[in-house]
Design a protein around this ligand. Structure first.
Ligand code: GDD
Ligand code: MN
Length: 386
């Protein structure tokens, strides 16, 4: 029962008067967001390390999970039940490091927000330094950097270092704030800056720091704290080729996203590859296999459409990828969308042709209409954002 029930109204109710503030352990100064995907073995030791590193600072930790199946959730829930500084956000049917971290940032009221990986590869001793660079040093953003005299990429093999270096190099054109390590997954920023960036983010893939600095129109006041990247003790890295592709999507979106959606460009690229597949199947069917044109063309349409669907599901819409039975239902939806797209294609093509514009222009107009239709319809029918 609340002590203020009775004649008092809500407007008169004050937490301070009722003594609620005295019950609060310490003012909340820092929220540490930890994205996790199958990190069961790392949760407990990581939390112990963080609690030790942050003694003296009012902190909370927010785990953001995207469907771990290895007991990560049980582990977090068990700890969170007895320690209210530990919280959990469960996302369902979603995937993506950047958007996971952003959801964590938006779920706290702490004035400073930070992110650290859940696999103990980042050095938690950097956290209090990142925090104080913002709280005491007046910086808006503080990043952990591996590319400074006292920092290092640890035991990464040459290929991964080269990849990281190369991604840093090609990021230069979109960066509004120069950083030595824009690929870093360890950083802190003022919460209001995170909120300011939120509506402008591309939020695809792994590179939230780059996304934030590229999305804000001004140069931020930055502090750089060197740290050494550690070896993974448990679990596996989730970095794969699709994530490298998502990085390309992020850069593309930052460069041209204001004019054309990056997903449309990817959809178009897949479509162009699909055309190649179509011609190859057709040539093989009516050549070596001596099928009739109609049968060859039908086969080519089916193969190319499935190819397009599979590729778009794997890459263009990786963040809302369909799996299991959903994969097959999605294929049906995609076929329906493309069927209507073909009708739109022929319709517009014929219209332009009747205007005496010549078959080439008519053909191109039809194809573009069909492609844009397929993009819009399949995004709605198959890969709707949840
Ligand atoms: N919620 C959620 N959703 N978490 C994810 C996802 C996801 O889709 N993908 C990965 N994670 C979690 C992992 O469980 C781990 O805690 C953390 O994010 C980093 O993932 P890793 O798979 O270990 O990435 P990495 O070690 O190859 O790369 C990391 O370090 C680099 C250097 O700082 C990432 O932080 C990179 O962004 C960073 O560039
Ligand atoms: Mn890692």
């Amino acid at each position: 029962m609340f002590p203020h029930t009775g004649t008092r109204t809500h407007a008169m109710f004050s937490y301070a008067q009722e003594g609620f503030i005295a019950a609060t352990p310490a003012p909340l100064e820092l929220a540490v967001v930890i994205p996790v995907l199958n990190e069961a073995g790392n949760i407990e030791p990581l939390l112990a390390d963080i609690a030790e590193a942050l003694s003296g600072i009012g902190w909370e930790v927010i785990f953001v999970d995207d469907g771990s199946t290895d007991g990560t959730l049980d582990c977090v829930e068990r700890i969170a039940r007895s320690d209210s500084r530990v919280r959990l956000i469960r996302r369902i049917g979603r995937r993506g490091l950047s958007s996971a971290v952003m959801e964590g940032f938006l779920a706290t009221v702490a004035p400073v927000v930070a992110v650290i990986d859940g696999d103990r590869q980042h050095d938690e001793a950097a956290l209090p330094r990142l925090y104080s660079a913002i709280a005491d040093g007046g910086h808006e953003l503080a990043i952990g950097t591996r590319y400074a005299p006292e920092g290092s990429t640890g035991d990464w093999e040459a290929a991964r270092v080269a990849l990281s270096r190369f991604s840093t190099l090609i990021a230069a054109p979109v960066m509004k704030t120069p950083l030595s390590d824009p690929m870093s997954g360890l950083f802190a920023l003022r919460r209001d800056v995170a909120i300011e960036a939120a509506p402008r983010l591309s939020a695809v893939g792994y590179k939230l720091l780059l996304d934030i600095t590229a999305s804000l129109p001004r140069r931020l006041k930055v502090a750089e704290i060197p740290y050494q990247f550690r070896t993974r003790a448990a679990g596996r890295s989730k970095l794969d080729s699709a994530i490298i592709l998502e990085y390309g999507e992020l850069l593309l979106d930052k460069l041209i996203g204001r004019f054309i959606p990056a997903k449309l460009v990817m959809f178009g690229t897949v479509g162009a590859l699909g055309l190649l597949v179509h011609m190859l199947v057709l040539a093989t069917a009516i050549g070596p296999f001596a099928l009739s044109f109609a049968s060859g063309q039908t086969l080519a349409v089916c193969v190319a459409m499935t190819f397009n669907y599979a590729l778009n599901n794997q890459f263009t819409y990786r963040d809302r990828r369909r799996t299991g039975w959903g994969w097959w239902r999605g294929l049906l939806g995609f076929a329906a969308a493309c069927g209507l797209g073909a009708i739109a294609n022929v319709g517009v093509g014929t219209m332009v042709f009747q205007e005496q514009e010549g078959w080439m222009l008519a053909g191109i107009a039809g194809a573009i209409t069909g492609a844009v239709w397929n993009y819009v319809a399949s995004q709605w029918l198959v890969w709707r954002q949840r």
